[in-house]
Design a protein around this ligand. Structure first.
Ligand SMILES: [Cu+2]
Length: 280
């Protein structure tokens, strides 16, 4: 028994490190590396924090192992040395974590600001919103401005958000966007709290009743990405799944055009223009 506890505490950091080393090989890690430039910076923050907590975790367990191994005794009646604490030690282990937390909070501020603060958003993306995305139980409703529509100013965008235009283009659960370009959506919800989550791009934003929240993202590869709801929003939460299709600018324009045409189709074949008098 004397050796059990030191070995017990030694085993955990070893298990944790071996497990973490195995994880990417078995698909227990991120689905894929971040597919957006800002997402990569978010990953870097994640790895920085992972290194800090791993160092602390391994250090604490090694210290526990050392103390238990060196000072444990099987001799009955043998008394340990009692300590009433060390002021210096307590100061060190209070100030050090506080310093680490302060460092992390300052270090991540730039990435946070670029992701969340409208003042830092790309001006082009702000001036030409890609779409309005409305979450509802249990789907993502998408409203694009008519193909080629240009908003003159912010007031016009606000107006568009309040009152849909007759030529807006609608679809559900399938958000197309150009790749390699910062795009912006306006997120809202029709009922309860939802969360707009694109895991591969590291984008996550709550949809809050009563608010219209601008969210930007940039997919660095032409690909399809999952769009899921990350807020338990009711019985059908599990199936509230959409798709982001990042494609070339030309493909996106073509897609939007086709969608608009399909929507405007009233079943009457378009008139074939003939020259007057021809065939008579
Ligand atoms: Cu939801």
């Amino acid at each position: 028994m004397r050796r059990f506890w030191p070995l017990f505490f030694l085993a955990w950091p070893i298990i944790a490190i071996v497990w973490s080393w195995m994880a990417p090989h078995y698909g227990w890690w991120f689905h894929m590396p971040a597919q957006s430039p800002l997402g990569q910076e978010i990953d870097n923050l994640f790895y920085l924090i992972l290194i800090i907590v791993t160092t602390v975790f391994v250090g604490v367990n090694l210290a526990l192992f050392y103390v238990l191994w060196k000072f444990s005794s099987d001799t009955p009646g043998e008394k340990g040395t009692f300590s009433h604490g060390s002021h210096i030690l307590e100061m060190v282990w209070t100030v050090t974590p506080a310093g680490v937390l302060l460092f992390i909070s300052l270090y991540q501020m730039d990435v946070w600001a670029r992701f969340r603060m409208v003042q830092t958003f790309d001006k082009q993306a702000l001036a030409h919103p890609l779409a309005e995305v409305t979450a509802r139980q249990f789907e993502w409703r998408i409203r694009y401005p008519a193909p080629g529509r240009n908003f003159k100013n912010k007031a016009e965008i606000d107006e568009w958000l309040k009152h849909p235009s007759p030529d807006d283009v609608y679809t559900v659960n399938d958000l197309h966007c150009p790749a390699n370009k910062k795009v912006l959506i306006h997120l809202r919800t029709e009922d309860v709290l939802h969360s707009f989550f694109i895991p591969d791009l590291r984008v996550k934003q709550d949809a809050v009743p009563g608010l219209v929240i601008p969210v930007w993202f940039e997919a660095s590869k032409r690909n399809q990405y999952d769009l899921i709801c990350a807020e338990l929003c009711g019985w059908g939460h599990y199936k509230m799944k959409g798709r982001i299709s990042a494609e070339s600018e030309a493909d996106f324009a073509k897609y939007l055009h086709a969608l608009a045409q399909r929507q405007a189709d009233d079943g009457v074949p378009a008139k074939v223009e003939t020259k007057e008098g021809e065939g008579h």
